[in-house]
Design a protein around this ligand. Structure first.
Ligand code: HAM
Length: 406
């Protein structure tokens, strides 16, 4: 939990830096909220049940529909709004590294702002969070545009766009042969399937997206969408978030995305996605009947926890000074309590050891409980007003005035 707390703290801090406000909502929702909105895969992963009022209920598998429902119920809030939350979510997935059946997910969404800068703010917030955790340089953001992919699928004679996107979404999970077989069933010819496969097999620097698309599909009018994407990319560059690539295989599994889509991955490619999101301008009209531009992302805690443990990046949080005051003479008890009070009043983390074990047992328990320093107080210390501070990782001891503790 020390690692997770650290992750949540950085998530909240970054959200506030970008002007987002916190929200929350119930963990149980009507199953209907997710039908036709989230897509087949997510629906098949819900923990759902019939409640005592005979309603079909589910533990929420994602946050986006609830967020949209909430905003729909508060019609009078002036837009745009920027909201964040860190709910627990439940998905009946195969538990594996970075994927659990219950996880916490940082969600940030902007409603009522259709500009490419809003897209950039969302991606920028995701990057800022990872940078804040010390992961700058260790991750890449893969971006793409749903409408560009739809135009390409159309031009290749797709029988069903949603199905075509779902096949592309499995690019990194299937062999080339299987991909070609599936794409051939969706497109008008095997030649087209191979061309699409070649196209989605290459990631390029984000600023080279247009070139890459034109090289494979010279006759498709994609510029109106790529202009949008390029504005987002240049805003990100202006803010110094540079690890962005154009990846035509990133299309996202959820059905509701309508514009830019993106996912974050560790550069070494060891883990599942760190975060994912995109623009979804039509979901609000399906759920609430009101049109509302929307863009956002979800970032789980599980892959981050793996990355921070692997790179030893979470100890910084645990390393802040935490004092335990150990009294070795009964007469010094009052002095110790007073000192604890004084330290806390100065904003210093301090607790007292109250069980009167012998000193070595007290020190052992202090180390096991993550204290960084022990303040040892006996008769001598009480009389002189100077205390002995022991660094629990090095064993080093020094005498100091209580005002020297920080
Ligand atoms: P998603 O891609 O399903 O999108 O999930 C987003 C992120 O949540 C993933 O990249 C991953 O970090 C984390 N995640 C998902 N499933 C699990 C799991 N079983 N265990 C651990 N972590 C997991 C969405 O959920 C969208 N609602 C995101 C969004 C918000 N789009 C717009 N606004």
């Amino acid at each position: 939990m020390i690692v997770r707390e650290h992750i949540f703290n950085i998530m909240r801090k970054s959200a506030k830096l970008f002007g987002f406000m916190p929200i929350d909502y119930p963990s149980l929702e009507s199953m209907d909220l997710f039908r036709t909105k989230s897509g087949e895969e997510l629906l098949s992963q819900t923990y759902s049940f019939i409640d005592r009022g005979k309603r079909e209920i589910t533990m929420i598998p994602e946050a986006t529909p609830s967020t949209v429902r909430l905003l729909g119920a508060k019609k009078n809030i002036p837009k745009p709004v920027k909201w964040y939350c860190i709910p627990k979510l439940w998905r009946y997935e195969e538990p594996q590294s970075g994927r659990t059946r219950e996880h916490s997910q940082f969600n940030a969404d902007i409603f009522g702002d259709a500009s490419p800068v809003a897209d950039a703010e969302i991606i920028g917030l995701a990057c800022e969070t990872l940078n804040g955790l010390g992961l700058k340089g260790s991750y890449e953001v893969r971006i793409n545009h749903r409408q560009i992919m739809e135009k390409i699928l159309d031009s290749l004679g797709t029988k069903n766009i949603t199905e075509g996107l779902n096949i592309i979404d499995r690019f990194r999970k299937e062999s080339r042969e299987k991909m070609i077989e599936n794409l051939s069933g969706n497109l008008s010819s095997t030649d087209n399937a191979e061309r699409l496969m070649d196209f989605i097999s290459g990631k390029v620097q984000a600023s080279k997206a247009d070139e890459r698309i034109r090289e494979f599909f010279p006759n498709i009018p994609f510029e109106q969408f790529s202009e949008n994407m390029n504005e987002t990319i240049s805003a990100l560059e202006a803010w110094d978030y540079n690890d962005i690539v154009y990846d035509p295989a990133t299309v996202r599994g959820l059905t509701y995305y309508t514009g830019i889509v993106f996912e974050g991955f560790d550069k070494e490619g060891k883990y599942r996605s760190i975060f994912g999101g995109g623009r979804y301008d039509k979901l609000s009209s399906i759920i609430t009947g009101q049109e509302l531009a929307a863009v956002g992302f979800g970032m789980g805690d599980a892959v981050l926890e793996n990355l921070l443990r692997e790179k030893n990046l979470w100890k910084a949080e645990a390393a802040r000074n935490r004092y335990i005051i150990i009294t070795i003479a009964e007469e010094a008890q009052k002095f110790s309590l007073k000192l604890a009070g004084n330290l806390r009043a100065r904003g210093i983390e301090a607790a007292t050891s109250n069980t009167h074990k012998n000193l070595s047992n007290s020190l052992r328990s202090a180390t096991a409980n993550w204290y960084t320093h022990a303040i040892i107080i006996g008769k001598k210390e009480m009389e002189s007003g100077k205390v002995t501070v022991r660094n629990l990782s090095t064993g080093e001891q020094k005498e100091t005035d209580t005002s020297g503790i920080n």
